[in-house]
Design a protein around this ligand. Structure first.
Ligand SMILES: *Cc1c(COP(=O)(O)O)cnc(C)c1O
Length: 371
């Protein structure tokens, strides 16, 4: 059997007819940018997240930058983000003109709030909480910390559409604003690049709406220096189709994760969950001893199972981050996990016999290793 880490063509094939029809309608409408599909998608997305405003943008990273800029965060300011994240969490801060400060993570891979208090500086204006792997970061404690220290709490919700707390509040509704990615690999995706910002703050909504569209407040007048970073009508039409399936597909992510968690050997560390929280498993990450990770991944590959690492190089150790002055050993948990994590295949159209095949082979490999 060959089990891809993710196979986007399965879903695309399933939706081909529906998508063809919608694209044809957009073509016939002659509206390609700033049109009605985008507006409708934004309304439905805001409803889904339980927020007042959703503003689509060209990608999730720009969304983060625009949020920072709308809060007047820039030169001379610092913003905290976890060292265990995708590089965009950090470069979006750089792009706004500010400087990232990297925070360590807990065993659940989410931002460590205790470490936060050690690293904030007088120049710190915001904390970017990343809902990594589709699990909410500690929104309660981060919010509390931010209120106490007069900081903005921004959510990088790129991986976590639909993730919720026990009260049913969803990602994108906890911070001053949040950015989601609609990249093809994310849980709600379009067939190209895309992103969307959510916020209950009407001033931020207004500012990011200007920022994404040349700073234009009407056809001719630019109020502020802007960017060109928009979702287009065709991608919005695809997003509208995908939104109809998001609950069903999220349930499937959860179902696969449950099978993994129930049946994978206790010799590996499985994702930590908090009772009552809804995690949407953008990734399903196990941890294994550092010395055996390479071997386990190679053995899985030999039997046709593709795995990945999210992420093998912590943000503070990336070459581009050199000038920030971090060194190995500075952020210990993140560095340890970077050497011990393995992401297993997970996507809604992964079949049960494929899930079983992953479980059986992983268990066999791990049980026959001498750790
Ligand atoms: C994907 C991702 C982003 C960036 O989203 P793009 O739409 O690719 O720009 C930002 N943060 C995290 C955590 C992501 O996974």
């Amino acid at each position: 059997m060959q089990i891809p880490f993710v196979d986007l063509s399965r879903e695309a094939t399933l939706l081909t007819d529906e998508i063809k029809n919608e694209i044809e309608l957009v073509l016939r409408s002659g509206n390609f940018i700033n049109g009605p599909k985008v507006k409708l998608f934004e309304e439905k997305f805001a409803d889904f997240c339980g927020v007042e405003n959703a503003i689509s943008v060209g990608n999730g990273s720009d969304g983060l930058t625009f949020i920072l800029k709308s809060l007047n965060i820039g030169k001379g300011d610092t913003v905290v983000c976890p060292a265990n994240s995708f590089i965009a969490s950090a470069w979006s801060i750089i792009a706004a003109g500010a400087t990232p400060i990297f925070c360590d993570v807990n065993d659940d891979l989410q931002l460590n709030v205790k470490h936060l208090s050690d690293i904030v500086l007088p120049s710190t204006k915001a904390v970017m909480g990343v809902h990594l792997t589709g699990q909410l970061c500690d929104v309660k404690e981060i919010s509390k910390f931010c209120v106490k220290n007069n900081l903005f709490f921004i959510e990088d919700a790129a991986q976590a559409i639909g993730a919720a707390n026990p009260e049913g509040l969803k990602s994108g509704s906890f911070g001053i604003a949040a950015s989601f990615s609609l990249h093809p690999l994310k849980n709600l995706s379009v067939y190209g690049d895309g992103g969307i910002i959510t916020t209950n703050d009407s001033e931020i909504a207004k500012k990011v709406t200007l920022l994404r569209n040349h700073g234009l407040e009407n056809r001719d007048k630019s109020k502020i220096w802007g960017f060109n970073s928009r979702l287009d009508e065709i991608q919005a039409a695809i997003g509208l189709i995908k939104l109809k399936y998001i609950d069903k597909w999220t349930d499937r992510y959860i179902e696969i994760a449950k099978l993994y968690s129930e049946k994978i050997t206790e010799k590996v560390t499985k994702p930590l969950t908090k009772p009552g929280y809804k995690d949407v498993y953008h990734n399903y990450i196990i941890k294994v001893p550092e010395i055996s990770r390479g071997k386990i991944m190679r053995e899985l590959s030999k039997v046709g199972i593709e795995t990945k690492i999210h992420y093998p190089i912590p943000l503070h150790l990336q070459e581009c981050a050199k000038s920030l002055g971090y060194k190995e050993g500075d952020i210990p948990n993140t560095e340890l996990f970077a050497k011990s994590m393995i992401s297993l295949p997970i996507f809604p159209l992964l079949k049960n016999d494929e899930v079983d095949y992953v479980i059986e082979n992983l268990n066999f490999i791990v049980n026959n290793l001498s750790f």
